[in-house]
Each structure stands twice: as C-alpha cells, then as structure tokens.
Write a new protein. Sequence first.
Length: 638
Amino acid sequence: MPSQFFGLNIAASGLRAANAALLATGNNIANATTDGYSRQKVEQEASDALRVFTKYGCAGAGVDTLAIERVRDAFYDERYRTNETSLGKYEQRDYYNDLIERYFQDDVGAGFSSLFTRMQADLQTFLTNKTDDSKTNYLGSVRSLTEYFNNTSDNLKQLQQTTNDEIKLACDNINTIASKIVILNQQINTIELTGANANDLRDKRDVLLDELSGYVSVETKEVKVTDTNDPTRETGLTRFTIHIAGGDLLVDDTSYRQLVCIAREPDERMNQSDVDGLYDVKWVSSNYKDGDTNYLGTFDLGNQLMGGKLQGLVDIRDGNNAQYFHGKADTIATTTTGGGVTVPQALPATDPHAGLYEVKITAESMPAYLQDMNKSNVADESRITIGSRTYYYTDWNYNADGSYSFFVKPPAEDGDKAILASEINSKADVRIGRAVNYQGIPYYMTQMNEWIRCYAAAANEVVMGGYTANSDDPVMLLTGAKLLDSSAQYSYEELTTTNKKYQYLTASNFEVNDVLLNDPTRLPTKSDRSEGPEQTGTAQALFDMSSQKTIFRNAKAGEFLSKVQADISMNKNNSGTMLATYSSLELTIDNQRLSVSGVDRDEEALSLVQYQNAYTLSSKMIQTLTEIYDRLILQTGV
C-alpha cells in the first residue's frame, strides 16, 4: 500500500499546478494590451499512478505540470501574413497611382486639354487676323504645350526616383528584420535547450514575421534537430528557416543573407526614359561591407511571387505593361583567332562602329510594337542579354527590313567571345530589361513619347509642305533638344531620313524649333510660294490636322489625355478596390487570430477564480492531512 505521507505529495503537486496556472493567468492579464502577445496556458496531465498491490490496484499520484504553452494557431498566422503581402503591394500601388493621377489632372489653364485648346484657339485667331503678333501668340501656346510634357516628364522621373529610394529602404528593413530574427533564434534555442518554452521570444519573432510579410511574401519552416548519432533522439534545438519571394532563402536558423541595392550606371538603363541610378538588388552575406562585389546572386525583381510593398514599388518604378525589347539573334560572321578559337568578326576600321560586334535581331521574332519607332522605348546604350549572358551595346539601328542591329562591346576573353558567337549563330533569345506586366511610370512615359512623336511628325509634315508669308522656305515646327548638347536641336533631316526617325524625341526634350521662337515670321502659313502673304492654306491644314486627324491610339490629337486618364483611372480604381478588400480582410483575420491567441480579461478573471479555488482546495487537502497525521502520530502513538 502507499506511504501514509503519499497524500502530501498529491496535494503538493496540486499546489504547484495551481500556482503555475495562477502565474500564467497573471502574466496574461498584465499583457492584455501588449501587441503580439499570445495568451499562455499551463499544460498538465495526471501523474503516473502507483501500483499498490491492493484490490483497487493503482493509486493516483497527483498532477504533473508539463509546460506553459502559447495558445497560437499557425493557420491564422499564415492567412494573416499572406493577406499582409497582398495588402502591402496594393498600398504602394494605390499611393503612387494617386500621385500619377494628380500629375495628369487637367487643371484649368495648366492641363493638357486646356493648353491644347488654347493652342488651337490661337491658331484660329491667326487664321482670322493674319498678324505677326498672332503668330507669336500661337508659338507661345505651342511652347506651353511642350513645356507641359517637359514638366510632366520631370514629375514622373522624380516619382521614379522616389520609388527607387523606397525600394532601397524596403530592402534595408528586410535586412534589419532578418538580423533580429537570427538573434531571437539563438536566444530561443539557448532557452529551449534546457527544456523550457521561450514563449515571449517566439511572440517577438512572430511580430517580426508579420512585419516582414508586409514587404515580401514569406514562408517559414521549423524542424526539430536530432542527434546525428541517434536520429531518434531530439536534442531540444530547432532549425528555423525563412524563404521569401517564392523560395529565396533569407534566414537559416542562426545565419542570414542580405539584400543590397546596386545603382545602375548611365549605360545600364532598362527603358529610354528611365532616370540614372535605378537599383538592381543582389544577395550578399550578412558580413557584407559597402563596396564589396562578392555577390551571392541576383534577386529577381521581376518575380511575380515577390509580393508585398517591394513588388508594389517595382511595379510602379519599372511597370512597362509587359512591352520590352525581345527577339532572337540572327547569325553572325565569325573568324578564328591565333589560338584556334572561333569568335564573332568585329566591324572593320572603316565602319563608324569599328571594333564592335553587330548583333542583328530578326524582324519576324519581335512583337509588332517594336516595329513602330513612335512606340520604341529602347535606350541609346544599355545592357543586352544574349542567350544566358549579359553584354553592353553602345548604339543601335533600326534597319529597313524591320530588324534591329545592336553594336555590342566584345568580351575580354576569347572563350567568352566564342560563347557569344555560338549563342548568336544558334539564334539565341535576346532581350533588354524584362517584362513588368503593370502600367507603371515607364508605361506612361512611353505613352507621352508616342503622342509627341506622332503629333510632331504630323505637324512637321504639314508645315514643311508650305511657305512663309514672305515665300521663304519652310521651317519645321516641333523638334527636340539633343542629349549631349541641350542647346542643339534635331534637324528635320535627322527626324525623317534616318530609320529611327522621331524616336529621338521624348517628353523630356520636346521643344519648339528655336528658329521660329526667335523669328515668328518664319512660321510656314501658305501652301504655295506664288500665293500672296494673306493666304493661310498651310496654317489651315495645321489646324485641321490637329482637330481632325487620328494620330494616337485611334483618337484625335486633342484626346491624348482622355486615353491616358482612362488607363490611370482603371489602375487607380483597381488598386483602391483591392486595398479596401485586403484592409477589410486584415481586420477580419486579425480578429479571428485574436479570438484564439488574444487575452480576454473576462475569461482570465474566471480562470483566476478557478485556479484560486484549486489552490485553496489543495491547501485544504494539506491542512486535512496535517490533522490526520497529528492524530495518527501524536495521539495514537503510531
């Protein structure tokens, strides 16, 4: 039979269990308003019964207090973080779509429609009174229109720079979170190696994971570490890993990788109108120092699984509506080096691109929009990916047969040259940049460039067919400042006789011909040299073209803004709707999660009474046993 003092052990175990439960309840109450805190409860089970060799066989041995566990539901955590990833993306999209919408607002007197209408009105005034002052007024209104595009381009470029800076900030925040999680992993393993549960530290880690999921999609995994000599024995340690953006390893228990932003050089722009210094993102080790080039790999900013604020920022900064340069290489002439290596044949010394490789891209391998120079967004010089490797080109031509020629710098090593020759002759894929299937800043810049090129070509064609009132030769109306010398402008011959044509014009360099601004009488107004100065056939044709001709997206010139605003409105409505949806889901899922892991003061008050009673009854049990032992020992003489 059990010892006479066995009852004391049972009562003592009850006291310990009730005490632990009271302490856990007190901790819950104290942290009822602590963000990220998970309600804790005591896990207990009946102690192993004792065999007492009596008819009833075994005697209960009290209760074992196993652990203080967090009350947490991994399913709700996953749902919450998935929602945060989508919410972060649409927050960024909605915020910047709102700014873009404001830049294209048709403000009275300063918006496109107002300026275009004023330009047409001033031209109509000239047609009525035919004075030099009315010519000056008309050219002034044309200049205001070109400045509208210049200013809008500047605003969009500043916005692109802002999103670029935010991408770096997002990467820095991801790195900071990763470093904090690594420290927590170390602390958790140190505590749990002793058999205790590091509940509060795990709560802190979950808060960081919630924050991380707002920047990028997150997948976590925690596995128990076993003894290498005895795989069935658990050591008490765990290995916690975090993968982001659909599979890239960020944290591996006590080590992590960082995302570092590397600014592109001026000859590395993905799009013609990109600002200089946009960031590419590289993977580096945790001990990375500024200036190191020992990268662990490239973080794919085009990854559609990236999610979060980072993807929203990339969509705005790089979104080109999936229209980018891509096609297949044509064959290239080769030569053999003294070492017997077959390499591409460089252009001869008599060629303007002497020493470079001419890489042709076949016309039939490219999408239709690349065959229209008005829609072209190819940078003057940049990186070009041929097959599996990236090279640099210094210039490009659009050929009469619809193909492109890129003049590529030869690699330094013969082996690399041989690989390039092999890839070109095997008609490898060629691309510049990547598809970003969203209408971001590059898309709107391209839309402005297309209107400018179409309208400038149409306007110049009209005026170059006429003569001045004094029967002088015509002077074109619209041109652009040259990149290397902003005081110089493109000539009519450069815009019409080269294969690139009006591709030279962008919203940034769009200008009225300086010759006309300096001398408005040079504006071509009549259609025949022999006509009198009062004739205005060319001016009338210019007015009719501007008001009637379809030049942009199957619309008239003055309808440019309505087309672009339709795009902006669609994107803004979509991002606003999705933002509201995911914000509502965030509240719903968080409430569901709190219903499991949150602290309810009323519930804790009931628990407090329950555990207080348990403690009191265990104490009463000891008191009763004390009286029994007193009678048994002192009064019966046992």
